[in-house]
Design a protein around this ligand. Structure first.
Ligand code: PA5
Length: 418
């Protein structure tokens, strides 16, 4: 496993002493479990055994939203190889989309994975009701339903746990001290990953391996250096850098950007308990080279209020040679090169231009996009998020801001009456 970190900053962070105890203080709290998930070999065993049990199924349909959806989706799109199995996600309550998704698969070959930490999220329950009805309508009888569903929720709490117990459904656990957006390395993400043929042991291996780097007590600690820099850039009176771009140069990591957006936004967008001021780093999802033709103009010449994470993968499994004899000057120019060289050139070109424009850039380079490196990358950004929460003196693990919207939505629903 190799993840190389490099920093391209107009100024060094002013915080001189970087202390790994800042991270240790967070991860040693009993109610914060994400860092220690990868010690849970029992989760690996349980999810592999569940995946084996349902290995004859062809279609995996994840039902969940937010942290119960974005991590699993990211794992599958980053690492799953083409097989005869499919993965779909029902997160939004968009009837047309759900109809289209479920109509295109053979329901008899489907396994639905219903994930909700709280056990009562409206969108998830709505999609569960819908999938269940479609199965019944397709001729599956009530007693057979347990062969179509696996659930994942809090081990003891919540309505869903009671429902599982009463109906003897198959279930996996989300540990009580893991919140949704920090749950990708729990059975929430492990089960779909294992079903889709991803080596989940390697995910854990990579995450465990990077722990040494994250806990290192020195200036070479990339995590502490990054967190201190972001904190500095945010608090500095002349350069309020309050937006964060995540831009991997990889289509397979497009969903990694979306996973990061939720982690960063829901964890760090809070009201300060110290002075009641709103705090937050607005995340922006991008991916290269595609966004060079969309958002990069803004990143280069727009307000200098963004820090930018670029992720580059040095080696790809596939490549395409451009050699050609077309009567087309732009094709002749490309003829001596191949596809991976072009993408690398685009990454390097963008980095140089951002540096010239004095934009703060953090580069992470992976030797390969594989389970080991992805496990490391996930834990790195989870720890960075937790650390930023500490530096901003907010609780990175709650989300009180989404409650009001839910309350009003239900008031509206009830007002429709029946
Ligand atoms: O990160 C979080 O805690 C949230 O985004 C939740 O994952 C999301 O609201 C879904 O909640 P639940 O898993 O309880 O259905």
């Amino acid at each position: 496993m190799t993840i190389d970190f490099s920093f391209h900053l107009p100024n060094k962070p002013s915080r001189i002493k970087l202390q790994s105890k800042d991270l240790e203080e967070i991860i040693n709290q009993k109610d914060i479990g994400f860092f220690h998930l990868t010690d849970r070999d029992d989760f690996i065993e349980q999810t592999i055994s569940m995946a084996n049990q349902f290995s004859s199924k062809k279609h995996f349909v994840q039902i969940g939203i937010g942290g119960s959806a974005l991590g699993p989706q990211m794992l599958v799109s980053s690492l799953a190889q083409t097989t005869n199995k499919t993965f779909s996600l029902l997160d939004n309550t968009d009837a047309d989309y759900i109809y289209q998704t479920l109509k295109t698969i053979d329901l008899k070959q489907a396994l639905f994975y219903v994930v909700s930490k709280s056990g009562g999220t409206a969108e998830t329950v709505a999609n569960y009701i819908t999938a269940r009805k479609m199965l019944l309508d397709s001729g599956v009888n009530e007693e057979e339903l347990r062969n179509y569903f696996v659930f994942c929720t809090d081990p003891t709490q919540g309505q869903l746990r009671t429902h599982i117990q009463q109906n003897h459904y198959y279930a996996l656990d989300i540990p009580a001290n893991i919140g949704g957006r920090f749950s990708v390395l729990s059975p929430v993400g492990l089960f779909p990953a294992a079903f889709m043929g991803i080596d989940i042991q390697k995910l854990y291996f990579g995450a465990n391996k990077i722990k040494k780097v994250l806990l290192k007590e020195s200036e070479d600690n990339p995590l502490l250096y990054t967190a201190a820099t972001l904190d500095d850039l945010y608090k500095s009176p002349n350069s309020k850098v309050d937006q964060t771009v995540m831009m991997p140069y990889s289509s397979k990591l497009k969903d990694f950007s979306l996973w990061f957006v939720q982690l960063w936004a829901e964890s760090l967008g809070k009201i300060s308990k110290e002075n009641n001021n709103p705090i937050g780093l607005t995340p922006i999802a991008a991916y290269g080279a595609t966004d060079q033709h969309s958002q990069v103009q803004l990143f280069m010449q727009g307000p200098n209020n963004k820090s930018i994470f670029l992720i580059h993968i040095k080696n790809k499994e596939q490549d395409f040679c451009f050699e050609n004899n077309l009567d087309l000057p732009s094709a002749t120019k490309l003829s001596p090169f191949n596809m991976n060289q072009l993408l690398e050139a685009e990454f390097k070109g963008t980095l140089e231009a951002l540096k010239e424009n004095k934009r703060p850039v953090f580069v992470l380079e992976l030797d390969y996009l594989n389970a080991e490196n992805l496990g490391g990358l996930i834990l790195y950004f989870e720890c960075l998020t937790a650390l930023m929460g500490k530096y901003f003196k907010i609780n990175a693990f709650d989300q009180p801001g989404v409650e009001k919207g839910k309350k009003y939505a239900f008031e509206y629903l009830n007002s429709l009456g029946k």
